[in-house]
Design a protein around this ligand. Structure first.
Ligand code: ADP
Length: 186
């Protein structure tokens, strides 16, 4: 199964992606995690990405796209994947289509985790990651609304919306229900 997860920062995509990935036996690929690993290892990519992460801005497409392409070419992603944090712009969605087309693959679904802004902001305040300061949290929400939310119209035919307020378990159950009709979800 090839899935993309979309939702505002704080919607719980990462948590759900880990659980769903285990359930379906496919890797959870988080661009945020990949960037943070590169930052903590001090790689050239990490050095370039760092200032964008700290500011809550999107890392430029040429950096992000190349990183995602390399990750998707690894053998464990051949059979499927859960992409968390990519694409985040319509341009990135086109790049993903191109990457997948090289192997004749297509996305099965885009899962939207939907939660009101005041709830996700409250969750991020409690999380305490280094980019979870008040100002950066607000900016990331704005970047989501302006640059990422338009992707839902781009993917309209394959979007499955999951209400993302509730316990982790409730939200996983809703996602599984939404995905139940896809091949490979049994
Ligand atoms: P959140 O969804 O809570 O903002 P992420 O871990 O998904 O957290 O992303 C953290 C940061 O990583 C973003 O603010 C951005 O700087 C960078 N990033 C992640 N994914 C992308 C992407 N697809 N394109 C550009 N930058 C990205």
């Amino acid at each position: 199964m090839r899935l993309v997860l979309i939702g505002p920062p704080g919607a719980g995509k990462g948590t759900q992606a880990t659980l769903l990935g285990r359930r379906f036996g496919i890797p959870h690929i988080s661009t945020g995690d990949l960037f943070r690993e590169n930052v903590s290892h001090g790689t050239p990519l990490g050095q370039e990405a760092r200032r964008y992460l700290d500011a809550g801005e999107l890392v430029p497409d040429h950096v992000t796209g190349a990183m995602v392409r390399r990750r998707l070419e690894e053998p464990d992603a051949r059979r499927g994947f859960l992409l968390d944090g990519f694409p985040r712009t319509v341009e990135q969605a086109h790049a993903l289509t191109t990457i997948l087309a090289r192997t004749g693959a297509v996305l099965d679904a885009v899962v939207e985790f939907d939660a009101p802004e005041h709830i996700v902001v409250e969750r991020l305040r409690g999380r305490g990651r280094s980019d979870d300061t008040e100002e950066v949290i607000r900016h990331r929400q704005q970047v989501y609304r302006r640059q990422t939310a338009p992707l839902l119209a781009h993917y309209t035919d394959i979007v499955l919306t999951v209400h993302a307020v509730g316990t982790v378990e409730e939200i996983t159950d809703r996602a599984l229900e939404a995905l139940a009709d896809l091949p490979g979800a049994a």
